[in-house]
Design a protein around this ligand. Structure first.
Ligand code: ADP
Ligand code: MG
Length: 254
């Protein structure tokens, strides 16, 4: 849904034959994944299929054992080596989790300004202005002085989004951002994500919100037991899935 030129854009994520094990459990099996700037990729699949592990590998939260992984031109080595690239990637890739993971002892404003001040050495005023602008953008401009526990789940998740955006990420990862929310709060978070997609942010999103996926995704990837079974435009994957596994998964969730 965003403006982009697929042909001349170098991928921001370039994953080739990535394998990840937890002990004897083979969680990701020869996963190939390229994401180009401006692309919105939605990953779907059953619980335990490896969706979280896959996106956590992209910002180095999980190490992998074999394969190639390059994020924004920086190479992540197997077994978590090359810590300089890892540090760079962590500052360039924003992540929003299912459990908002806000710092409970910090105000909303301080949650958002912490990383820009510590990592980017932004001044208090400068970081504060950015925080205010971002809070405005996610629709909670009047909440800056509150603490996370004083906010609803939907508001907390929007703070988490603003906090990630404060680092001006080149790529945003979302791991089931609405799964912990009461139903009436899901819409406000999806709206903020929709807006971000419209502005051209590169996004990889794990979600069970199929209506949202259909509307926002440029590409939907179905993963089953650590393997990409099927991928394509949402219309293709949802309306005419080619593989039996995809059909059976979709019949359960749609
Ligand atoms: P999903 O996000 O699709 O539900 P995950 O990526 O969380 O799946 O998990 C994939 C598989 O890896 C599951 O079998 C899960 O139990 C296992 N797993 C995930 N994290 C760990 C871990 N830290 N240690 C051992 N096994 C794990
Ligand atoms: Mg998960």
């Amino acid at each position: 849904m965003s403006e982009r030129k697929p042909d001349d854009a170098a991928p921001i994520v370039r994953m080739e034959k990535l394998n990840k094990h937890f002990g004897s459990l083979h969680v990701l099996k020869d996963v190939d994944l390229s994401v180009i700037p401006g692309e919105v990729v939605v990953i779907i699949g059953a619980s335990g299929s490896g969706k979280s592990t896959l996106i956590r590998c992209i910002n180095g939260l999980e190490e992998f054992q074999s394969g190639k992984l390059e994020v924004d031109g920086k190479v992540l080595e197997p077994y978590g080596k090359a810590s300089k690239a890892l540090q760079q990637i962590r500052t360039e890739v924003g992540m929003v989790f299912q459990q908002f993971n806000l710092f409970p002892h910090l105000s909303v404003r301080d949650n958002i300004t912490l990383a820009p001040r510590k990592v980017r050495h932004a001044s208090r005023d400068e970081a504060g202005e950015t925080a205010q602008r971002l809070l405005d953008r996610v629709g909670i401009a009047d909440q800056a002085d509150k603490y996370p526990s004083q906010l609803s789940g939907g508001q907390q998740q929007r703070v988490a989004l603003a906090r990630a955006l404060a680092m001006e990420p080149r790529l945003m990862l979302f791991d089931e951002p609405t799964s912990a929310l009461d139903p009436e709060m899901i819409g406000e978070v999806l709206d903020a994500m929709r807006e971000l997609a419209r502005e051209g942010m590169t996004m990889v999103i794990v979600t069970h919100e199929m209506t949202f996926a259909r509307e926002v995704a440029d590409r939907v990837i179905y993963i089953h037991e650590g393997e990409i079974v099927e991928q394509g435009a949402p219309k293709e994957v949802f309306d005419t899935p080619q593989r039996e596994r995809t059909r059976s998964f979709l019949s359960r969730v749609l």
